[in-house]
Structure formats: C-alpha cells, structure tokens
Design a protein around this ligand. Structure first.
Ligand SMILES: Nc1ncnc2c1ncn2[C@@H]1O[C@H](COP(=O)(O)OP(=O)(O)OP(=O)(O)O)[C@@H](O)[C@H]1O
Ligand SMILES: [Mg+2]
Length: 382
C-alpha cells in the first residue's frame, strides 16, 4: 500500500498547473494538491506540511533559486520540470536539490512513476543519491584528516545538504582533536545501536558543527572498543548513514586490514592521496595496484596530491605517467594556515578564508559536488 502524500505544485503556467492537477487528482494516494504561480507563497505551503514539491524552472525566471535552500530544509522530495531539457538545465535542477527531473509536457506515466517512487521512501530511508567519499593513503601523516575535514566543511557549505564526517581511523582518530570537539557519542556507540536494530534518530548521536549542515561522528573513545568493530558492522553503519546523509566523508587509518578493505570496498569514491616525493609515490603505486586487483569501477579512485608546491622537482606529468592515473586535485602546501586552524580547533576557511589553501578546499568541494551531479545526470536521457 502506498503512503498518502500531499503535493505542492509551483508553476507560472496556468495550463501546465491544471494538467498536473488533473493527473494528481486521479492518483488515490495523493491526499491534497495545492497549486501556486507565486513561488514565495508556495514556499509557505511547503513549510506547513511534509509534502512532495513539483516546481517548474522553464524560462528565464529564477524564482526557484531563491527558495530552493528553504525547500530542502522542509522536504527532500523535489521534482523539477522544464520545457528545456538540455544537460545544463538538468544539472541546474539537480543542483537545486531535485530528486527527479521531468521534461515538459509532463507525461502522466512519468509523473506516476516518480511520485510512486518518492512516496515509498521517507526522508529517513532515502539512500538513492548518497555518496561515501573516503580520503585514503597507505602512508601515515599524508594529510588524510586535514583533507577529510576541510572538504567536508566546504561540501556542507556549498551544497547546503547534510554532510557527515566520520572518523574511521578507529584507533588513532584525530577529527575531534582537530576540531576541538568533546563528543558525547562515537562510532562504537552508533554501531551498538545498529546491532540492536535501533536505527531511529541516529542524527542525535552526531556532533553538529556550528550552525552548518556538517555532522561529525568521532572514533571510539577507547582503543579496546575499536578492536571489537568488524567489517560486517562497518557495512551496517554505512547502510544506515546512506539513508540520512547525501554526502558521507570518511577519514581512516593508513593500515590495510579487513576493516580498511571493507571501508574502501564500500566507498563510492576513494580520494587517494599522496605527496610529491619518491617514497610516497612508490607506496602510492603499490596501493593503486591493490585497487586495480580489487576491480574497482573506473572513476572510483581519484588521485589527490597534497602539499603541492609550484617549484616541485617532480612534475605532475611525471606523477601521472608513473602512476598511470590522472591527478584529480592538488592541494597547496600551507603549513602555517593549517597549523593555525588545528591549534584553534577550526577549519582553514575560518582562520584565513582568502588563503591559497582555503580557496583550494572551496574549489575542490565545488568540483566534487559538480562531478557527483554530472554522474547523476547520465540517468536522464531525453
Ligand atoms: N596541505 C598541507 N600543507 C601543509 N601542511 C599540511 C598539509 N596537509 C597536511 N599538513 C600537515 O601534515 C600533518 C599531517 O596531517 P594529517 O594529520 O591530516 O595526516 P593524516 O594522513 O591524517 O595522518 P595519520 O596517518 O596520522 O592519520 C599535519 O601536521 C598537518 O598540519
Ligand atoms: Mg589522520
């Protein structure tokens, strides 16, 4: 049986509003339909009740952009329609937070399909577009924690979507130290809840970072607690997190053991990080061979260069040739700003937003979110 849903339609065109209304009136699980030409007024209706929103973005008007972030706060069920269905428009729709895109004129069977799909998932169960992005290096001290937390903070800012930062460096996690947190709960606690089939309100066990949409889960408080965590439990944790967070950024240790392999296998993306020196690149080569032997899909592993300096003796081309891998992003060396951030327990953007490293993390987060959206666009082929 379908859950009952109410629908708010935002569309400037009266004819389209009426057509969509007539389709919705024929659907038995749609309990109410409200139509608006004025998007700001429609937003008030969205705030009142948990609903599905169908918003049109045809034409020049950019009214939806003004209210998209607010819609996201109240529902994740946003369907965007447009008479222009070029790739750019679809990217724009997904960036605005659309769960589905429908070309205009909207066909009844398409509307039925996406509504029924969205009706059957609650916001708490929506893992359709969630991505696990793990920052990894098989060498210690390369900058995994620095990258994971600054990227997560920028992603939360850029996308305004719920972003999790999970410390799976189970024995030597640093995130709570780097961000000066004293969390009441940790990974071990959440895993225990999941083992007992208690998946409700998991969000309350995360530390919300200031007033952003970044939520942090720290490593276990005691080393012996980390020893009891198994690969199966990591799988359980990821499955539960995917239902709550569109973006999950994972920090982990350099070790390769059963838990690490499980984390890497479960990740959608691995931001495989190295620095520019011969021992680090040799190590990177060995690790990339391991990834190849595990037959990870193309594009799962993205090569990141940390602490990059323009006058490096080893050039980017040399690294790419040696590793047979394109460099996805490079982060400049800026020890001073990073140390100041760690000492103050904040992200680099908070100590010096105009620094080369803060700019790099901001652009990095935009690229990650753009590339994730572009991957999602491939499902729409009109
Ligand atoms: N881009 C950078 N520029 C300058 N210093 C950096 C940069 N990235 C990281 N560092 C410094 O390198 C050190 C190690 O960084 P970090 O703790 O993030 O590495 P890690 O890979 O998480 O280490 P571990 O394996 O111990 O968990 C820190 O002191 C950090 O300040
Ligand atoms: Mg670390």
């Amino acid at each position: 049986m379908q859950n009952q849903i109410s629908v708010v339609v935002l569309d400037k065109n009266e004819n389209s509003r009426e057509i969509i209304k007539s389709f919705l009136n024929d659907i038995d699980y749609v309990s109410s339909v409200r139509l608006y030409a004025d998007y700001e007024k429609g937003l008030e209706a969205v705030k009142e009740a948990n609903c599905t929103v169908i918003a049109d973005i045809s034409g020049e008007s950019d009214e939806i952009a003004k209210i998209a972030d607010e819609i996201k706060l109240h529902t994740s069920k946003l369907i965007i329609t447009s008479s222009d269905y070029s790739t750019n428009t679809i990217i724009r729709a997904l960036r605005l937070g659309a769960k589905e895109f429908l070309p205009k004129p909207v066909l009844k069977e398409d509307l039925l399909r996406v509504l029924s799909m969205l009706a059957n998932i609650t916001d708490e169960e929506d893992d359709t577009q969630s991505k696990i992005i793990t920052v990894y290096s098989n060498k210690g001290g390369i900058g995994k924690t620095t990258i994971a937390l600054n990227l997560a903070e920028e992603l939360a800012k850029t996308t305004k979507s719920r972003t999790a930062l999970i410390d799976l460096n189970l024995q030597l996690g640093d995130i709570s130290t780097f961000l000066n947190l004293n969390p009441a709960f940790d990974v071990n606690y959440v895993i225990k809840k999941l083992i007992n089939n208690d998946e409700k309100n998991l969000l309350r066990f995360f530390e919300k970072y200031k007033d952003s949409s970044l939520y942090i889960l720290s490593d276990p408080s005691y080393i012996e607690q980390s020893e009891s965590i198994t690969p199966r439990q990591i799988e359980l944790l990821f499955a539960a997190l995917k239902k709550i967070f569109p973006y999950i950024i994972v920090d982990m240790s350099a070790n390769i053991d059963a838990n690490s392999l499980k984390i890497l296998d479960c990740s959608d993306w691995i931001l495989f990080t190295t620095i520019v020196n011969i021992p680090a690149i040799r190590n990177a080569q060995r690790c990339l061979n391991l990834f190849r032997s595990r037959k990870y899909p193309k594009d799962k592993v993205k090569l990141i260069i940390n602490r990059y300096m323009d006058n490096e003796e080893i050039k980017i081309d040399d690294i790419e040739n040696t590793l047979s891998e394109k460099v996805y992003w490079r982060i400049p060396n800026n020890y001073f700003t990073i140390m100041e951030a760690i000492n103050k327990g904040v992200c680099v953007s908070e100590v010096n937003a105009g620094s080369n490293i803060a700019n790099s993390f901001r652009d990095f987060a935009s690229k990650v979110s753009d590339d994730i959206i572009e991957q999602a666009v491939t499902k729409y082929r009109y």
